[in-house]
Design a protein around this ligand. Structure first.
Ligand SMILES: Cc1cc2nc3c(=O)[nH]c(=O)nc-3n(C[C@H](O)[C@H](O)[C@H](O)COP(=O)(O)OP(=O)(O)OC[C@H]3O[C@@H](n4cnc5c(N)ncnc54)[C@H](O)[C@@H]3O)c2cc1C
Length: 440
């Protein structure tokens, strides 16, 4: 080993879960090192410059006035996000703006459902939200079919859960769905960061550095070290050298399976390892990014109903022109397979997403030029685990924690989910490890 370093808390990965924990802990007086293997910060909340376009690595829209913004306020980080305005759906070829109250009723009427049918579904939803949450193992689709057989109503629910929870009505448990509505209100408010999604990661990283922490990019963690079932630190490669970092607390943002792999023989609990295999179900999604001379439609985003796999289309440049060269527009289309549990064929998914775009937007091919096409799976998935199938944030190794979208709180998704994991773990570390680390 060439060198040694030490800190109070080593954070493996600069995704938003890792940076949320890092910012809170650094502000609280812990000596923090964040080790990130990539040259840029943010993981799946970052930005790649592609011919002057701020292309996404994951996050397009950022929830506002919720847990994410709350964290930024708490650590004193700048939260520069411009509101996108009310949600919009594409239903039967028409754009429908969702009113702030009675949104679902409005959408069902727009889909052509009769007043009686709408009332029946709304009564069931009100009961589930205000009285008794339905049984956890029933898929949302089966639960809805008790109240309606109208496929257009089903498509409204499908578009929302596919775009925001990356799963389908026939795979998502109804309990998880209503928990999502209760906890995150269906994510009614979101916006775009003018500096690109990476600016959020940079903002949290600044808090870390301003409070004496260090952020090491191009620094890969090769192994997490433990002795007697207590974490001791990690070995990393940095600037062509191998380095041993001693740390009494390690927080991993690499996903629970990768954390277990890096912990090598440290995790001896075979039942935990089996649970990792059986419980975790990654979300696989596709994102296509296009350049355009003019916006394709008149709102900055649409949740799309009635397609094979396309679920959402964003035009962030309508709110943040900074995301494209002067006079150009960026369009991001997202899709998820109709069966999230079947083997995933990335090439087929990209073709299906393109076919949906052509079917939904006449003249699409002559108006939009493909910049980047990506499928998100494997080590870089839509989410490490579908909502409701997350692992515990604590691992069997004492003081080795996971943060990020494989360990979300129940009912959470996307950035609010990963930021909530960072907050939860940081608070736990502040409470438990102050004595161990000697932090003030
Ligand atoms: C296409 C797509 C669109 C999305 N759109 C949205 C959206 O609009 N809104 C929203 O809220 N959410 C969205 N999400 C979800 C969101 O991007 C993720 O849930 C979130 O960014 C994941 O954060 P994380 O904390 O799990 O860390 P990650 O972003 O996964 O970051 C983990 C980091 O750890 C690093 N790392 C891994 N292994 C090592 C190692 N051995 N050594 C050092 N570093 C390592 C990685 O390089 C990475 O930077 C989207 C996701 C995708 C894929």
């Amino acid at each position: 080993m060439d060198h040694r370093a030490h800190c109070d808390v080593l954070i493996l990965g600069s995704g938003m879960g890792g940076l949320a924990a890092a910012a809170l802990l650094a502000r609280d007086g812990f000596r923090v090192i964040v080790a990130e293997k990539m040259p840029r910060l943010g993981g799946r909340c970052s930005t790649m410059d592609y011919n002057g376009f701020k292309c996404i690595t994951g996050v397009v829209g950022v929830e506002t006035r919720g847990v994410v913004q709350g964290l930024f306020d708490r650590v004193g980080a700048g939260f520069d996000v411009k509101e996108a305005g009310p949600p919009h759906y594409l239903i039967n070829g028409q754009i429908c703006q969702v009113p702030s109250r009675g949104g679902m009723k409005h959408l069902m009427m727009a889909a052509g459902a009769g007043a009686m049918e709408v009332e029946t579904v709304m009564n069931a939803i009100t009961g589930a939200l205000q009285w008794r949450a339905p049984s956890s193992d029933v898929p949302l689709g089966d639960w809805l079919r008790q109240y309606t057989s109208n496929p257009r109503i089903m498509e409204i629910f499908q578009a929302l859960v596919s775009a925001v929870l990356f799963v389908n009505v026939n795979e998502l448990s109804v309990h998880t769905y209503f928990e999502f509505l209760k906890k995150l209100k269906g994510i009614q408010r979101f916006g775009y960061a003018p500096g690109g999604s990476i600016s959020l990661a940079r903002s949290l990283a600044k808090v870390v550095v301003d409070h004496g922490g260090e952020i090491w990019t191009r620094c890969r963690v090769n192994a997490i070290k433990s002795r007697n079932n207590i974490v001791r630190g990690a070995t990393v490669s940095r600037r062509g050298k191998n380095l041993s970092i001693k740390a009494p607390v390690v927080i991993s943002n690499a996903g629970p399976k990768e954390t277990a792999r890096l912990a090598e023989t440290g995790i001896r609990d075979q039942y935990y390892l089996r649970e990792l295999e059986q419980r975790m179900t990654p979300a696989r999604i596709t994102a296509l990014q296009f350049s355009m001379d003019e916006p394709l439609f008149e709102s900055n985003h649409l949740l799309v109903t009635g397609t094979q796999s396309l679920n959402s289309v964003y035009q962030p440049t309508m709110v943040c022109p900074e995301w494209a060269p002067d006079g150009a527009h960026l369009l991001v289309a997202g899709s998820a397979p109709r069966n999230s549990l079947e083997p995933f064929d990335g090439k087929r998914e990209i073709e299906q997403c393109l076919a949906d775009l052509r079917a939904v937007f006449p003249g699409f091919e002559s108006r939009a030029r493909l910049l980047l096409a990506g499928t998100f799976q494997g080590a870089w998935p839509g989410m490490h685990s579908l909502p409701g199938r997350d692992m515990d944030r604590k691992t069997p190794v004492i003081n080795l924690y996971n943060v990020g979208d494989g360990v979300k709180p129940f009912g959470y998704t996307g950035l609010p989910g990963v930021v909530a994991t960072g907050i939860d773990v940081a608070e736990e570390v502040m409470g438990r490890n102050r004595i161990l680390t000697g932090a003030p």
